[in-house]
Design a protein around this ligand. Structure first.
Ligand code: HEC
Length: 122
């Protein structure tokens, strides 16, 4: 019968889709975003996004720990997008957080936020 013969294949593809779905939901290109992050964000946010970049010691408040689900859970994707595009002050965070809307393309911002999303410990 059709169903018995194709069931295993169907199950396998459903399984693959379930694995892929979270990656697709993130939309941006994580690998490209990592490069954007290393070039524009590590100075303050640190290599691993822990908020301990070279410049962070002098900052108050310091950038949040991107690997901390408690800190990051409070910051929605919309807020992250606005913060990176229009600067920290636009979301009530530190004005030291620069506005990248003129320096990075919308795609680069999408990518870097996808990368930031992968830093969080689950
Ligand atoms: C000059 C230092 C500096 C640079 C460079 C920088 N940030 Fe920030 N960033 C900050 C500070 C300071 C904060 C705010 C901390 C606070 O107010 O709690 C912040 C906050 C954020 C937030 C969260 C907004 C919030 O509500 O706290 C995101 C997301 C973010 N930065 C992403 C990035 C990305 C992505 C880049 C690179 C494209 C970047 N930052 C570059 C210093 C910096």
């Amino acid at each position: 019968m059709f169903s018995r013969r194709f069931d295993p294949a169907l199950k396998a593809s459903l399984f693959a889709a379930a694995l892929l779905a979270p990656a697709l939901a993130r939309a941006g290109d994580v690998a490209a975003g990592k490069i954007v992050f290393q070039q524009n964000c590590v100075l303050c946010h640190g290599n691993a996004g822990k908020g301990d970049g070279q410049a962070a010691a002098a900052l108050n408040p310091k950038p949040k720990d991107f690997t901390d689900p408690k800190a990051m859970g409070k910051i929605s994707q919309e807020t992250r997008l606005k913060a990176v595009t229009e600067g920290g002050a636009s979301v009530g965070a530190s004005p030291v957080m620069p506005a990248f809307g003129q320096m990075l393309s919308a795609k680069q911002i999408e990518d870097v936020l996808a990368y930031v999303g992968t830093l969080m410990k689950h």
